[in-house]
Design a protein around this ligand. Sequence first.
Ligand SMILES: C[S@@+](CC[C@H](N)C(=O)[O-])C[C@H]1O[C@@H](n2cnc3c(N)ncnc32)[C@H](O)[C@@H]1O
Length: 473
Amino acid sequence: MDTIGYNESNVAVRLGLSDINDLQMRALPIYRKENLYRREEVDLAIDLFLLQGELTSSELYRLLSEKEQQLLKQAEVLSVDENGSGRATVSLYPSGNRLFFSDHAWPQLSQAPGTAVPWGQVMFVGTDSRWLARSTIRTPVANALDLCTGSGIHALLAATHVKQAVAVDINPRAAQCTLFNALASGCKNLEVKTGDLYDPVGDEKFDLITANPPFVPSPVNTLAYRDGGPSGEDVQRRIVAGLQKHLAPGGVAQIITEVGESNEISVADRVRGWLRDAPINLHVLKFRIFPAAVYAIGHGAGDNFNELLESVDDWASNLRQQGYSRVVAVLLTFQWSDSVNGSPWNRTDEAYPPRDNCGDIISKIFDIENKISSHRFQAELESKKFSRIAPVILNENRVLGGNLTQVSKGFLSKQPLSVEYSLDPIELDLLAALEQTVDYTTLLSVASNIGLSVSVLKNSLMSLYRKRLIEAQ
Ligand SMILES: C[S@@+](CC[C@H](N)C(=O)[O-])C[C@H]1O[C@@H](n2cnc3c(N)ncnc32)[C@H](O)[C@@H]1O
């Protein structure tokens, strides 16, 4: 598949998408007619293994040799009818340069209308799977645990940079799927276990823990990989509570999830509650914010219009009962707090979802936050030189004819993860002055010319440094 260019970026380009995460079932006929009409080998592979399409006998033979077809049939991955036309029974999802088998993303395409998705369905490699795959901090460490592993994507990716990885899923079919993917990719340092969260690993501790749990706050319990109970917290709360016991010293845990929020209780407050008193630093990175009504409309389902409206009502009522005004798609990153740096911190940022690997950016946020919370850094500020890390893109909210408002936002250009930071007018002025590298004394004279006190200058510099918009050398 590698030789024909069946990888994440090429598949996206072939389908006319800027990111494979923009793939939509409703656009299937458009992809086929407008993007895959050349029927080259890679187009056939996309149709068969990603778009759940049927290939004619001659197309099948152009893509796969007789021997390859036989092997795939034996593995029950390919089903060929009496005319020689073939369909894949599972999909093969590209993620970066790796491929993962899992159940189809759209089981309804091969089902009678109104049939429920089978309970044991293994989760496809979806948007949230890719967000976590791209955001994982890929430091070489001794061991990793992937909870709620599904197809095993995060366990298999971890196995590339840790000595030993463990994958756990409560669904035996998911554990089998992970094992199949391990065998298909020749991975030898992955152990697959079936069971409830940490149960199969006893008291073991891990340097990296990843999870994409069932997180949807749902009034129904129909999809094992999706529904997280009415609050959405049934599984994720237990994963977070277990970190105190299972996260090794210096270790990192990353969870991609959705958390309900209200004006009274933020995501960080809610998650800190699940941590109980564990001295663990928490970074919340918000990728998408869905107002409750939008979330309910997105999840409501029915075979006719009245059923659909009733279902939307059920979803909206559930969110109301939970006290959620919105549901936020977030990446949660946890790391033990070092007592030298004071009490454990929470930090919340907003970002455009990652389009490429960005674990090092998340890791840098932890470095900065730890550094800033040590008192030495403040004292060292005066001996430093400052510069912008990269050009900063500003989203300014101006009142017509008026001044910049407080809600101006800035982010670094050309980053795989664009974290958006609110900027005040003083920070905007400082950013303009930092087009070139400038030392503290020069900044001090700029500040005094525009009437800024030393403490305001220092606070604004710290704030820009914290927002990762400037470097301090
Ligand atoms: C949202 S899917 C994620 C699959 C995969 N990790 C990914 O990112 O594509 C959630 C998975 O959690 C599993 N799961 C649900 N409850 C669990 C539990 N209590 N213990 C272990 N796994 C669980 C489901 O079977 C499902 O495979």
